[in-house]
Write a protein that binds this ligand. Structure first.
Ligand code: FEO
Length: 173
């Protein structure tokens, strides 16, 4: 049985994952409207992944005798200025999520709930991957600068990044 404190902390994380899904959905829509199909595809895929992170937590909380709450979500921004800025925001958002996962892991230790501690290791590893992916993307963006041809190639190649990460996700399951 989950302690009330841990149940609340897990429910907070459920909301954060749901909000992350909305943030990336909004980024996907912005990119699609700008004609950046590859970037839009990457963001739609990322939004789906966040929903999966959220669902995994919902099922875990209910399985452990808690009650997963579906709550109000903060509306994401709809404008991102430039694709460079948008990916910087993605990176910052993932750093925020990592911090929140770390705090959640800390609560499991306080509550001496080692099953939840174990369950959350998947999220700890996932955050490392997400941060690394975001940094890889930012490095590529820095190389492009304002070169239009570079943006064309980036928009094409980022679809590969999505495919590759989707493939390794499936292999890891
Ligand atoms: Fe579920 Fe991107 O953190």
């Amino acid at each position: 049985m989950l302690s009330k404190k841990l149940e609340k902390a897990l429910n907070d994380q459920i909301r954060i994952e749901a909000e992350s899904s909305q943030v990336y959905l909004s980024m996907a829509s912005w990119a699609e409207v700008k004609g950046l199909e590859g970037i839009a595809g990457f963001m739609y895929g990322h939004s789906d992944e966040e929903r999966m992170h959220m669902l995994k937590l919902v099922k875990y909380v209910n399985e452990r005798g808690g009650h997963a709450h579906v709550s109000d979500l903060k509306a994401p921004k709809t404008e991102f200025g430039s694709f460079q800025n948008m990916f910087e925001e993605l990176y910052q958002h993932e750093l925020f999520v990592s911090k929140s996962i770390n705090e959640l892991v800390h609560v499991t230790l306080q509550e001496q709930d080692y099953a939840t501690h174990n369950f959350l290791q998947w999220y700890v590893a996932e955050q490392l991957e997400e941060e690394a992916l975001a940094r890889t993307v930012l490095d590529k963006i820095n190389l492009i600068g304002n070169d239009k041809g570079g943006l064309y190639l980036f928009d094409r190649d980022i679809q590969q990044l999505t495919v590759e990460s989707a493939a390794s996700d499936t292999a890891g399951e």
